[in-house]
Design a protein around this ligand. Structure first.
Ligand code: PDD
Length: 280
């Protein structure tokens, strides 16, 4: 496996980053996960824009031009045989010898990217869906930034696993749905597809955006609205969306069936359209 590190392509085993990298010491960095279908980047523009937003929000200098980002990612894809891949791309603020929360001026960001084969979601999950629990969202107030600092997400994922669930749906203190631990959340109620509005409580997911566009084009009634805990529990369908999982049906929530307990009709329709969008 060949990875990209600071301008070079090299075998993964040979790629090395300083122990003084602020990404390692402070979690001071941002990232993207970009799917590749049939060797083509999917929604590159949207992912690049979000990367630039994350860099700008954290005052990390954008080290490359748009054209260079595109070239780098395509070079990485070229070097691997897999038709479908997902690229992990990370920019940290750089290496700093003196420990200081305040970053030194003129640091050189560390750029790292590697690609993996993108495995399709299993038939078992597509047939039966997944189990989720609700948890209080323990993260910070800038979840719109795709920060590498994922400790709370990991703790909540572990808590879900400890309760025998596959994932958690995160509720704000006031009892509204934010998102999943690594995904956005949709519900279907009375034929309406609903997702919480973008803001600082959740990541503006690219998959979420694709689903939203499909809903508009295919006349699936759709709205952005706050979803209360009660509305979540009374939903006909619940989905989680992300670049690596597309739309996943949640068929059990907090130990109770969601709708019929099987992936719902609107999810099936959306999945079919999504598959077509991927290769369009
Ligand atoms: N995570 N919300 C969070 C907290 C996420 O981490 C992700 C994606 C999403 C969905 O975003 P998108 O549709 O653009 O992938 C929402 C990636 C896949 C990850 O961390 O691996």
């Amino acid at each position: 496996q060949i990875v990209y590190l600071n301008g070079e392509f090299l075998p993964m085993m040979e790629a090395q980053v300083s122990t003084q990298d602020r990404g390692f010491l402070f979690g001071d960095g941002v990232y993207e996960v970009i799917p590749v279908y049939q060797r083509q980047l999917f929604c590159f523009k949207e992912h690049l824009q979000r990367l630039k937003n994350s860099l700008q929000a954290t005052s990390i200098a954008n080290p490359l031009t748009d054209q260079d980002w595109l070239q780098l990612l395509n070079d990485l894809i070229e070097r691997h045989p897999w038709q479908d891949q997902f690229i992990y791309l990370q920019v940290t603020r750089g290496v700093q010898m003196q420990r200081d929360h305040l970053p030194a001026d003129c640091l050189q960001p560390t750029i790292y990217a590697y690609t993996n084969p993108l495995q399709p979601v299993s038939d078992a999950v597509l047939t039966n869906g997944i189990k989720a629990i609700t948890l209080e969202d323990i993260r910070w107030m800038r979840c719109d930034i795709k920060a590498i600092t994922l400790l709370p997400n990991i703790m909540m994922k572990l808590a879900a696993k400890a309760q025998g669930a596959d994932d958690a749906i995160l509720l704000s203190l006031d009892g509204y749905v934010n998102e999943g631990t690594a995904s956005n959340v949709f519900i279907v109620k009375d034929g309406y597809l609903i997702t919480p509005p973008n803001g600082k409580r959740l990541l503006p997911g690219v998959t979420r955006l694709v689903i939203e566009r499909i809903a508009m084009n295919k006349q699936i009634p759709f709205k952005e609205a706050q979803i209360s805990e009660q509305e979540l529990h009374q939903a006909d369908e619940i989905w989680l969306s992300s670049s690596t999982k597309e739309a996943l049906p949640v068929t059990q929530l907090d130990g109770k069936k969601v709708g019929t307990g099987k992936p719902g009709a609107i999810w099936h329709t959306m999945r079919d359209h999504y598959q077509q969008t991927k290769i369009a």
